[in-house]
Ligand binder design. Structure first.
Ligand code: BGC
Length: 761
């Protein structure tokens, strides 16, 4: 174990400043004379994008397994599987001499049109946090680091380098931060990557509250914060804000700026030392696991391809099935759509992987349907043009077949890192193609390749089945065949709502922002929280996905019907496979607060489990619900708060398919501090003084002249037709007293200050 403090003492100011800026696009600065090695990082998140040429910023990368992107991963709802994926990524990092993989990304899907949604897990912070933690634990179990990104509130591509996300504190704490919090607390990523954008006016790369107060101090993050590539604007301010490593390098002027600032007394050297300590700790940790040749210098391409196939199949979501699937011995299948020959399995941008091999869907289908005749038509062009002859050709082919299998991929000019989507639509050619084929072939199946929801209302009623195959990774072609032919029983469930129309989506009126700001006006209500609260119909709800078998749920049970918040409780349910095929079910636990002081979403996901069941088999699932499952973040107290009262625990097969409910009573153990002041309203005074009857009595007494002036007592209706107490509730106590100053012998401010002194005593 290197003694970091004594090492830091030996370092010159220049060496310290240099360590805090990259040496190249992908590596940290080594200090040979002190034995500090270089550390190599690379993208991420669903594969290893190791540049082929040393020092190259963007170039052809070395071959690596392209696993499914995060939308698909999260739809598996399978933490163990995601952990296995992480282990495989770790092995590839070792083989490709990578110390830290730049991922996972765990930003919330605030709107379905976010350009990078395919790289993110979910619209739900609980699910996203669990997935991120599993992936990190998997990678790091191999002695390879991760970079949890993009911290924070990086939910759109529009003006992503500069826009200020304007988010209230409660929304930040309940929606945009918890996935990061869970990942940090459960998995300690070696690094966290700050976002490009601003949060409430300050760059995330300089945001002390975000990087130091919350991430490092409150959550206990032990690693270092790295900038997103090019996110630093002022190196000194960013160091002061808690940003340890700036990437990419080299940037001599940045090093000089840090040295100058320390020498001029503008930057406390202790701040620099802390950044250096954090970076050194990880650099030496990385060095403990030798990379490249000593560990074989290669990874098992075939095993990883097989794993990629398994994960893809687990994440695919069967959205519709009129019984046609799984396919049983069709004679002739018309395979239509370019994506059948040119698999669309990943998104554009920094996550783009050079795959070791690619499973071509058409070939994979042919392999599993040995005796069937498979024909192919392109169906749509690579660009946005409309080409009727391609549709005509497809229709002719479909007419002659038993089944039409349409592979429809959302083209990269509509979906990629760097730009948001303009709409939820497929191309007009793709829509026309689906409609034309479905019109003449009742056995039409649509397989979708996309990273985020698309609109389907125009055609979904006309087709027999729809499989959401996502950006499915290099082996996805095989996984599609597995699912269509029933080698794998689909078990993926949506980790995000598929809305019916863009106009229905939560951020619709507050996206993408203007004049440098995007206001998160929908606050807590993103994803299903919004659709639930508005009772809006959706195309497919959060948590939804079909299987080739059926599951029955027993009545939920709880370990205690009355419980203390700090103790939590366990909810259990029996699930039975009532169909004829083995299958997997994702059981979801939501919590509904029956009554709260602050507005709360109708229900929130707080637990889930994926289980495998043979036909007729029953398993019991038990899931713990802790303090946070019931708490909300109260911005007035700046802490997580529970309140006494009843909660419904809902067990669902999706957010819209609740199979059982049990009601429990929570006893809060919180002692909230007094936060009263001269501005506090009567309502706030009375809420607080419940535990201090003497204060309550005095308040009522002080208010009585005012109540009398209204013509009634404080507990009754008065002569001007209203309930006096309700009328006064939202007025500050001081304002009420000021109306009747003459009734009191002393200045009313003194009376309120006296009461405050008693309240705080
Ligand atoms: C992306 C990051 C990525 C980095 C390095 C940035 O533009 O936002 O996700 O890790 O580039 O390629």
């Amino acid at each position: 174990m290197t003694d970091l403090q004594s090492l830091i003492k030996q370092m010159t100011l220049e060496e310290k400043a240099a360590l805090c800026t990259g040496a190249t696009a992908w590596s940290t600065t080594p200090i040979d004379r002190l034995g500090v090695p270089e550390m190599y990082v690379t993208d991420g998140p669903h594969g290893v994008r190791r540049a082929a040429e040393a020092g190259a910023f963007i170039s052809q990368s070395l071959p690596a397994t392209c696993f499914p992107t995060a939308s698909c991963l999260a739809s598996s709802w399978d933490g163990d599987l995601i952990r296995k994926l992480g282990q495989a990524l770790g092995e590839e990092c070792i083989a490709l001499k990578v110390d830290v993989l730049l991922g996972p990304g765990t930003n919330m899907k605030r709107t379905p049109v976010g350009g990078r949604n395919f790289e993110y897990f979910s619209e739900d912070p609980y699910l996203a946090g669990e997935m991120a933690a599993s992936l990190i634990n998997g990678v790091q179990s191999q002695g390879v680091g991760t970079s949890l990104k993009h911290y924070a509130v990086n939910n759109q591509e529009y003006e992503r380098f500069s826009i200020s996300a304007e988010v209230d504190e409660r929304t930040l704490r309940e929606i945009y931060l918890p996935a990061f919090e869970t990942a940090v607390k459960k998995a300690q990523p070696w690094t966290v990557m700050c976002a490009y954008n601003k949060l409430n006016g300050a760059y995330c790369s300089e945001h002390h509250e975000l990087l130091v107060d919350i991430l490092k101090d409150e959550w206990g993050f032990e690693g270092f914060v790295v900038s997103d590539w090019g996110a630093v604007h002022d190196r000194v301010k960013s160091l002061q804000g808690g940003l340890d490593l700036e990437m990419p390098g080299p940037k001599d002027r940045r090093v000089k700026a840090v040295v100058d600032a320390v020498q001029a007394g503008e930057l406390d050297e202790a701040v620099l030392n802390e950044a250096v300590r954090r970076i050194l700790r990880i650099v030496f940790k990385a060095a403990e696991t030798p990379k490249g040749a000593p560990n074989g210098g290669a990874f098992d391409v075939e095993t990883h391809h097989t794993l990629a196939r398994q994960i893809a199949a687990e994440g695919m979501v069967l959205l519709k099935n009129n019984g046609l699937l799984p396919l049983k011995n069709p004679q002739h299948i018309a395979v239509i759509g370019r994506a059948a020959e040119n698999a669309h399995f990943q998104g554009g941008g920094s996550s783009h992987i050079n795959p070791t091999k690619v499973a071509v869907p058409f070939k994979e289908l042919q392999q599993l349907a040995e005796h069937a005749e498979l024909t192919y038509a392109e169906g749509y062009p690579t660009d946005n043009s409309f080409q009727q002859p391609l549709i005509d050709e497809a229709v002719t082919l479909a007419q002659a077949a038993d089944v039409a299998l349409l592979f429809v991929a959302l083209p990269s000019f509509k979906e990629s890192e760097g730009y948001d989507r303009a709409d939820l639509d497929l191309t007009s050619q793709q829509v026309a193609l689906i409609k034309a084929v479905a019109a003449i072939q009742p056995n039409t199946i649509v397989v979708l390749n996309n990273g985020a929801p698309v609109a389907m209302s125009e055609w979904i009623d006309d087709v027999a089945a729809v499989l959401e195959a996502w950006m499915m990774g290099q082996a996805g072609g095989g996984a599609i065949a597995d699912v269509l032919f029933g080698k794998v029983n689909p078990s993926g469930k949506l980790a995000e709502t598929f809305p019916a129309r863009l106009i229905d989506t939560p951020a619709y009126l507050n996206f993408p922002g203007e004049s440098g700001e995007v206001r998160y006006g929908e606050s807590l209500f993103i994803g299903y929280r919004y659709y639930d609260a508005k009772e809006l119909p959706v195309l497919f709800p959060f948590g939804y996905g079909q299987s080739y078998t059926t599951f029955a749920y027993g009545a939920p049970r709880v370990s205690a019907s009355t419980f203390k918040d700090v103790e939590g409780l366990t909810v259990s349910v029996d699930v039975t496979n009532t169909g004829a095929l083995a299958g997997k079910e994702v059981v979801q636990v939501y919590v509904h607060d029956r009554q709260a002081r602050l507005v709360r979403p109708p229900k929130e996901l707080k637990g889930f489990a994926k289980i495998e069941l043979q036909p007729g088999e029953t398993k019991t699932i038990s899931l713990p619900l802790d303090f946070r499952a019931f708490a909300f973040y109260d911005p007035a107290y700046r802490q997580w708060v529970t309140e006494d009262g009843e909660f419904d625990i809902l067990i669902g097969a999706s957010s819209a398919d609740i199979r059982g409910t049990v009601t429990v009573t929570l006893q809060s153990t919180l002692q909230l501090p007094c936060i009263l002041n001269r501005e506090s309203t009567i309502k706030e005074w009375l809420a607080y003084s419940r535990s201090k009857p003497a204060v309550e009595a005095q308040i009522k007494q002080l208010m009585s002249p005012m109540a009398a002036a209204f013509g009634g007592g404080i507990d009754g209706n008065d002569t001007i037709g209203m309930d006096t107490m309700t009328f006064l509730m939202d007025m500050p106590l001081l304002s009420v007293l000021q109306f009747q100053e003459s009734a009191f012998p002393r200045p009313v401010e003194e009376l309120v200050d006296d009461l405050l002194a008693q309240a705080y005593s």
